[in-house]
Structure formats: structure tokens, C-alpha cells
Ligand binder design. Sequence first.
Ligand code: ZN
Length: 456
Amino acid sequence: MPRMSTVHFFGGAGSVTGSNFLLESSDVKLLIDCGLFQGCDFCGHANWDVFPYDPASLPVLIVTHAHIDHVGRIPRLVKEGFRGRIISTEATRALAEPLLFDSMEILSEEANRHGREPLYDERDIKQALSLWEELPYRTTLDLPVFVELEFLDAGHILGSSMAALTRGGRRIIFTGDLGGDSLLLPPRDSVLGANYLVMESVYGDRTHTDAAPSVRRAKLKGVIEETAQRGGEVLIPAFSTERTQDILFELRELFAKKELPAMPVFVDSPLAEEITRAFLKNPSYFKEDIAARVAGGENIFSFPNLSFIRTTSESRHSMREPDPKIIIAGSGMSNGGRVRSHEREILPKETATLLIVGYQAAGSLGRELIEGTRHVMIDGERIPVRCRVEQNLGYSAHLDGPHLLEFAAEAGESLERAFVVMGEPASAGFLAQRIRDRLGVDAIAPSAGEHTLIEW
Ligand SMILES: [Zn+2]
């Protein structure tokens, strides 16, 4: 009789955010990711729901990467009794620490607004960090009952991994998020030999036409140049992790080669500054040539006209700086953070450009803006949108549909089933259909709360 196990899709199924999966058999339970649900607010109400399992009964939590929709409920899990091992790469742990402390502040403000208890506090984060172990890529760790865990490089953000779990020769891989053509990171590892994939599908039904390095760069340069010629400002809502560093790295090169006229650049996010420092402390995770430059002491994210803004008064000051200028501010989906104050300033200006460089969740302010709304509500105030709104998804840290299909094909003959998750239903459903049609492999897009039996 083959041994059967159950995969529970508790979060990140039928939605992009809230990644949370449980692999369970009669003798072992492994939780994979414990992320925040994010939508119109930084954090959806679902985050306060009781966990659909007993956190105290879980021996292991495996973390694919440091994005808050993959780690954001870990302190909550600890608050609810989890005392098992937390395992990730070293860089994931290094990035998760500032990200969790930052989200704690945003979450407590939100909890206050909604009259709820905070999701977690500082003690819970510290306790989570005390349970946290590091495992390098491509190194096998023996877990109880002969389960082997190996992290494969997912190429998505610094330290991002796919969690490959092997038992009795059967292999299931939880991909986390998947990247490709990264500016800073090496190519991801192969998944050849997997029997099951639990794979992301953020852009499962889309093709990034501007993903080629030369195209995305030309587009970035073009938007900044045009805006500067109009005497305007470029505002880039950017995620603190990876996207901000990608853009800084690119701007450094563009300014150094005089491909852009000199202008002030502000990063208005203390978190992004902290994350940028953490990147520089983990050079081994970069592409080889970049790793060598960083290890040699080069600050690949710095240039003369760049300022990191710390205080809110410095933030207000940056708004008064004459145009043209570039402001990079978080959060990336404009659903919180300092970017909203900048948006309030620039959205009504015809000379300005809002440049979106990342995924915008349904219900977020960023999503409304790319969908062409003419007015938005920011902190209760109706703001007209007269500036240009441009998108450059070439810096996306996610694979697009054709590359996700290629990724699934890489698993080869051994692949029996793909579970397509971490996408909106249309996107996940489309990719699952593609995998069935093109690869002849069984593929489903489960909904949140569903479970399925696998031979593992
Ligand atoms: Zn991610």
C-alpha cells in the first residue's frame, strides 16, 4: 500500500497572498509558510481568524521567502502556541526580521482603526526568531520520520527558496514565488524529478512583454526622461525588498553612464534602507559577478544624488525639492505607508508620473490606479488623478504565464500533478488548464480550505 498524505491549502489558494499550506500524514505535520492576507488594507480581516489547526501541535514550519504574504502571520502562530522549528535560508531570516517589525507597526495602527487586538507584539516576533534555524541552498536536512528537506533557489528575492520535501523517494516541491531574469540574483534551480508541484501563479494568465533586461531598462529610462522634460516628478511605489534594490542598482548604472540627466533621488522608506543594508550583508546570494563587487566593498545601491529619508519631516521636505526628481516610497501597492502622502501631492499634477513596477492586488489603491480611475480616496480625501500612470512589470520578481508553464515542464516525466496556487482564481485556473493541455499533466487550482491526497 502506498503511503498517502494530505496537502491542505489554507491560504494562498484562490488568492495571491496569505500563503499557508500543511503537509500532513499519520506521523508528521509540516507547515509551509504562514503569510499575511493582503488586500484593500495592508492586512485583511482574515488574518485575525483562528488557525485551522492547532499551532502547538506542529513540529516544523518551513519558510520559502521573506515577503510578508509568506511570513507575516508567523508571530501570530507563535502567539497561538507554536513552539516548533522554523527553517529558512539565512537571507530569508535576515530579511524577515526587519519586515516583521515593520509590519507590526502597520498592523497595530490598523488594529486600532478597526478596534481589534494587535495581531502580535514584539515578544512574539522575538520568540519566533529564537525558534528560527538557517539552512543553505542545496543542502539536505533530515526531518523526523525520514523526511528530507532541501531548499532550491527560487530566483524571486534574496534568499528565496523552493522547499523540496522528499520521503521514500517521493518528492513534493512547494515553490513559494518564482522569479527569472533577475538583475541581481542567479538563475533559479531546476525542479527535475518532482512528483508534485505546489506552484505559484501570480501572472499565470499574462505575458510580460517588457521582461527582457534591455527592454525594461529602456522603458524605465524613457519614463524618467519624458517626465523630467515636462519638469515633473516620478513617483515609484516600490516594495522594500528586491524591487527597491533593483531600481537603485539600475538608476546607479543609468546615472553613472550619463544615460539620465542628474536629478535627486529619494528613497522614502526606512524599511527599504534597512533591507538594502541586509542585502549588502548577504553577498553570497547575488549573481557571481555582483557578489564579487559587493564582497569587494562596493555599495552597488548607492550614487551621489541619492538620499534615504528617515523622518516624516524629511519626507515632507523631499516633496518641496524642485522637480525633476524621483521618489521611491513604500508600500508597493499604495495600501499604506509614506507613498500615500506623496500620491496625495502628485496624483493631481499633470507633469508628474506614477510608475508602477510591481504586482497590485485586487482592492489595492495601486490596482485602482492602473485600472485608470480618475479619482481615488486617500485617508478620507477625494484626490483627482491627473498625472500619467505608467506600468513597467519588467522588474517583476515573478515568472509570467509562458515561463511558469516552462517551469512545470522542467519537472519532466516524474511530474504527476501540479497544484496551482498563489494567484487570483482566473490566473490560477488558466495556468492549470495550460498545464493539462500542453503538458498532459493533471493540474488543479484549489480553493482556500480545500485539501487533497497525494502519494508521499
Ligand atoms: Zn514573494
